[in-house]
Write a protein that binds this ligand. Structure first.
Ligand SMILES: [Mn+2]
Length: 323
């Protein structure tokens, strides 16, 4: 945790990515609490550009977590981005942060994006961690800092959310989760809090996506392309559960393009393709936006033309599968 001291910053904004999920929000919250215990003079505020996700809003109320309105960025000495691997994931806030010319740090578990190396002077990135909360736990443990029950609960929620209730957890995730349970977390209660039924708008988006699907066969893999103006990530997951090997769902909102790509474990294991690095990143560049993400879940922001996006996506996928 000593990295903040080295920056000599006093006023710090911890920024989550847009539509902040429990992993982004909880990791930022816990680091802010811990740092403030070590150095009470630090003024740390937490920002969720464009508002937090629905599930995060429940956590914000329960803990409670205070969010900053982010009106006065010029007063900040340092910005720390949580669970965020491209500046575009912050939307408008990203541009405003860059304009201040102040120091930027990231704490993240996504594949490091080359653009971030130029933007952030300080990077704590571990792709091995299945969530930013897991990574944060490791940092805290290394410094022998003890956690309150509430902080342990927050880290557990972020971990459970990002690992889909530990379905994609690693041995290390389970070790950390066990430590958090020892610190007082009730895992059963957390799971209930996190398994809220899908919102109506999300279910409608998934159904529309299924209706608009274009199905293609690439070397025997079922690849589907579809469009919807919101809930692209959830809709792509929905298409996988319907039977797709790879689901690419894009949509245009506020004159900019957003897309999510998901793939089945079978596809990932047998092709060795990393969606974030091999597909989303070059795709983002090709359409004049930015892309990145995990092996099995990636996203692209920016660019305009959805048809061109799909064409580029097919090109890159075909090339990868022909290798
Ligand atoms: Mn995460």
């Amino acid at each position: 945790m000593g990295f903040i001291d080295k920056t000599r910053a006093r006023s710090i904004l911890f920024a989550c990515h847009q539509n902040a999920d429990p992993d982004a929000l909880c990791s930022a919250y816990v680091v802010s609490k811990v740092l403030n215990r070590i150095n009470p003079r630090l003024r740390i505020s937490i920002g969720a550009p464009g508002g937090a996700s629905k599930i995060s809003k429940g956590i914000i109320e329960e803990i409670p977590i205070r969010l900053d309105d982010m009106q006065h960025l010029e007063k900040m000495d340092l910005f720390v981005l949580f669970d965020t691997n491209t500046i575009q994931q912050l939307g408008e806030l990203g541009k405003r942060i860059l304009e201040t010319g102040k120091q930027i740090a990231i704490i993240d578990h996504h594949a490091a994006s080359p653009t971030m190396k130029e933007v952030a002077q300080l990077r704590i990135v571990s792709e091995k961690s299945r969530s930013t909360c897991e990574l944060v736990y490791n940092l805290i443990e290394k410094d022998r800092i003890s956690l309150s029950r509430k902080e342990a609960l927050c880290l557990f929620m972020g971990m459970a959310y990002d690992t889909r209730h530990f379905a994609i957890a690693s041995a290390e995730s389970f070790r950390v989760a066990a430590k958090l349970v020892e610190a007082g977390v009730d895992p059963e209660k957390v799971m209930r809090t996190l398994s809220m039924p899908l919102e109506r708008s999300e279910r409608v988006a998934r159904l529309k996506t299924a209706q608009r699907t274009r199905i293609m066969d690439f070397k025997g893999w079922i690849i589907v392309f579809s469009r919807v103006s919101s809930h692209q990530a959830s809709s792509a997951r929905g298409l996988l559960s319907l039977g797709a090997d790879v689901a690419v769902v894009g949509g245009e909102s506020d004159s900019s393009l957003r897309a999510s790509i998901r793939a089945s474990n079978d596809f990932l294991d047998r092709t060795g393709i990393h969606l974030g690095r091999d597909l989303a990143q070059p795709l983002g560049e090709a359409i004049g936006g930015a892309g990145g993400g995990h092996r099995g879940a990636a996203g692209i922001n920016g660019g305009k033309n959805l048809e061109r996006f799909f064409t580029e996506c097919k090109k890159i996928l075909a090339k990868k599968l022909n290798q």
